[in-house]
Design a protein around this ligand. Structure first.
Ligand code: SF4
Length: 371
């Protein structure tokens, strides 16, 4: 039986921090305890969190509500930005891919997908990573070839938002956990990051604008529901039969589609949140009429939408095995596939070509229009 405890993988080596602490790792009650240890009133913790998350003051010396002595101590003891920008690439459709280096030299990616909405507002969605590399080995994914280096710290997950805002000079409005790694295999850090992001009256990101995307870790889906974090949940489905799904995504050998879909159903029933199914179309493999029928059945179990994602083989695949045989579905067939789902009342979106020319990992494959 799979246990969440088994997902404890390597984390940041504490030696790189020395005597310092990552501010973004500290929950409000932990920061309060630290303040008491520093012989400060407990409310200083809320002042620090407000300065950091609501006002984006990343330099403790600029946390104006704190007395000078405490600002000095924070500057000495707390690491407020554990990421350094290495490269930034902007594609012609304004998608921006950022490569960050962490304190131990690990590298991760975050991708900004800006979108103008029909009502004239703009949405700036950041796709963030949760692991350096990924252990799951999906055959269509570039990140899979990186293997897993380690789990990210909570501070490194949240730090991607703060760093991206600094780099881009604009606020992030939406966050999707769809970058490098499987978020539910780094459950504790992800859950803490969600709690911190949504802390206080002026949260870093509103809860309704956070989506967690998973390849399908059944116990962790149940844990997410039990913890009542109430984020949107998306499942990388990509196949309507166990046979094909196991070929595309090795994690599917652990839990059958039946078990996985039952977990998605439980998530909906516990949280009331409609779910999303992500579906990359591969020519002749998962785009048949039979697939449409099976996908309809899946999408009707609970309120759900489907994000259909055209496959773009550029740099995404391993060169051998099934990966070498994956071909994109034609645009005509994509249109038929989507029309059939919509005709039967399933809200279905198709991803645009956003970011293709700056090829990235899992996240971009999964980033459909709707997010
Ligand atoms: S698609 Fe996602 S879960 Fe699969 S290997 Fe890539 S990063 Fe990991």
């Amino acid at each position: 039986m799979f246990k969440l405890g088994q997902t404890k993988m390597r984390r940041l080596n504490p030696d790189v921090l020395g005597h310092r602490l990552l501010l973004g790792n500290l929950m409000p009650e932990e920061l309060e305890a630290l303040m008491l240890q520093w012989e400060q009133p407990h409310y200083r913790a809320a002042q620090i969190l407000h300065s950091y998350y609501a006002e984006r003051r990343l330099d403790p010396m600029e946390m104006a509500t704190l007395p000078l002595a405490l600002r000095n101590r924070c500057a000495e003891m707390l690491v407020t930005m554990p990421l350094r920008l290495v490269t930034k690439t902007r594609s012609s459709d304004s998608t921006v891919k950022m490569l960050f280096e962490l304190l131990d030299g690990s590298r991760i990616e975050s991708v900004l997908i800006p979108r103008e909405m029909h009502d004239g507002r703009s949405r700036r969605t950041l796709c963030i990573s949760t692991q350096a590399g990924c252990p799951l080995g999906c055959v269509f994914c570039a990140t899979a070839s990186l293997k897993l280096r380690r789990n990210l710290e909570t501070a490194e997950i949240i730090g991607q938002i703060l760093a991206a805002e600094q780099v881009l000079g604009e606020r992030i409005t939406n966050v999707v956990f769809m970058g490098m790694g499987e978020p539910l295999l780094n459950y504790e850090a992800v859950a803490r990051a969600i709690r911190l992001m949504t802390w206080g009256k002026q949260p870093l990101v509103a809860l309704r604008r956070i989506t967690v995307s998973t390849a399908g870790i059944v116990p962790a889906i149940d844990q997410l529901a039990a913890d009542n974090l109430r984020v949107k949940l998306a499942l990388s489905l990509h196949a309507t039969t166990d046979t094909l799904r196991r070929q595309l995504m090795p994690i599917a050998r652990r839990w059958s589609l039946d078990e996985l879909l039952a977990a998605m159903e439980r998530y909906y029933r516990t949280t009331g949140q409609p779910v999303t199914y992500e579906y990359i179309l591969f020519d002749g493999l998962n785009d048949t009429d039979a697939d449409i029928r099976r996908l309809l059945k899946i999408a009707r179990r609970v309120p759900a939408k489907v994000n259909v994602i055209p496959f773009h083989p550029i740099d995404f695949t391993h060169p051998t095995g099934l990966a070498a045989e994956l071909r994109p579905t034609s645009s005509t067939r994509i249109a038929e596939f989507v029309a059939a789902l919509r005709h039967h009342g399933i809200p279905t979106m198709v991803r645009t070509s956003s970011g293709i020319e700056i090829a990235a990992a899992c996240g971009q494959l999964a980033l459909a229009n709707a997010l």
